[in-house]
Design a protein around this ligand. Structure first.
Ligand SMILES: [Zn+2]
Length: 334
């Protein structure tokens, strides 16, 4: 994800100053409001609780570590291809349909195009209400906010930024294998989210933008589907995380955002705080622009963001478990 907008005064590698970032987020919010996003979201009626499997934070943490052990997962890299294969293998083991949606994406401004592939894994009934859950599985090619200037060209491990949300979705695949969901669920693994130049949102979220732009084309597994909404997971693994109501979600999908946070409150999940948070340009924005309710669950106050210190030791099974329990409940108690 991007903090959005040009940070001209500090140069591309300057660490973000809090006040400047807030101003940029406000600027992006204005831009999106100007684009006339739909804001109405219908909240589905509650139904009787169904037996839900237990989401394990320990298992999700293992899956986070496993991803980081593959090395950087930048688009076109060996680690990225290995993780895509791992997602497809997990879906096959759970007997779920998995469809890669490939496209070409430049790695940074002026970069030559590389193959990138989103993966859509589907479970549950094909008819009736659907839920979309998303996370980006690629990692940032440059640690451009690292405190050490000499190391800012190195790729990050992406434990929280990439692997955390992906770990939750990978564990859901395992749970779906044993307990088919009572509603249709599509897990959207986005590629090429994090290869933009710092402070220029146009280079970010290329996978989600492609998936939305082609969603009514032949071969796109989302063609013809209308979900209740999308829940995006990004930066959801930090030890001691605090996840407020992300700004674009709250502004453009307020009913869906409140439904998800009300559910977190019902479950007593203290990581989620029903207070307005910063607006972050992320993979949910293309969906909002297409009129699809979307909420971004993100802990954007992460000091190791886009640094070489975004490593598994910053993350915890306890945080992943709270996030996993929330999405598991949304799936099995529609
Ligand atoms: Zn990132």
């Amino acid at each position: 994800m991007s903090s959005s907008g040009p940070l001209s005064a500090g140069g591309p590698n300057a660490p973000p100053a809090g006040g400047r970032l807030r101003a940029l987020r406000r600027a992006w919010r204005r831009t999106l409001l100007g684009a006339g996003l739909a804001t109405a979201v219908a909240a589905p009626a509650a139904s009787a609780p169904a037996a839900a499997p237990v989401f394990s934070g320990q298992r999700a943490y293992q899956l986070l570590e496993e991803q980081c052990a593959l090395g950087p997962r930048t688009p076109g890299s060996r680690g990225n291809r290995a993780l895509r294969a791992r997602i497809l293998a997990a879906a096959a083991a759970a007997r779920l349909r998995a469809v890669p949606v490939c496209f070409e994406a430049p790695l940074g401004p002026g970069g030559s195009p590389l193959e990138a592939c989103n993966v859509v894994v589907s479970a549950g009934p094909t008819a009736g209400p659907r839920l979309w859950l998303g996370a980006h599985f690629d990692t940032r090619p440059w640690a451009d906010l690292d405190p050490a200037p000499a190391r800012r060209g190195e790729p990050i491990a992406g434990a929280n930024d990439g692997a955390s949300g992906t770990a939750v979705l990978l564990h859901l695949i395992e749970l779906f294998g044993g307990s088919p969901p009572p509603q249709g669920v599509d897990l959207l693994f986005f590629d090429a989210e994090d290869s933009g130049a710092a402070h220029d949102a146009s280079g970010f979220c290329l996978g989600s933008r492609h998936l939305v732009a082609t969603r009514n084309e032949f071969g796109n597994p989302l063609a013809g589907l209308v979900p209740r909404g999308l829940v995006l997971l990004d930066l959801v693994g930090e030890t001691g995380a605090r996840i407020p109501q992300e700004g674009y979600s709250l502004a453009h999908a307020p009913a869906w955002t409140r439904l998800v946070f009300d559910r977190a409150a019902d479950l007593g999940l203290g990581v989620f705080e029903p207070v307005p948070g910063p607006a972050v340009y992320d993979d949910h924005v293309p969906f909002l622009l297409a009129g699809i309710p979307a909420v971004n669950l993100i802990d954007f106050e992460y000091p190791q963001w886009h640094t070489l210190a975004d490593t598994p030791d910053r993350c915890s099974p306890a945080t992943l478990e709270q996030v996993g329990r929330l999405v598991t409940d949304l799936v099995y108690r529609p």
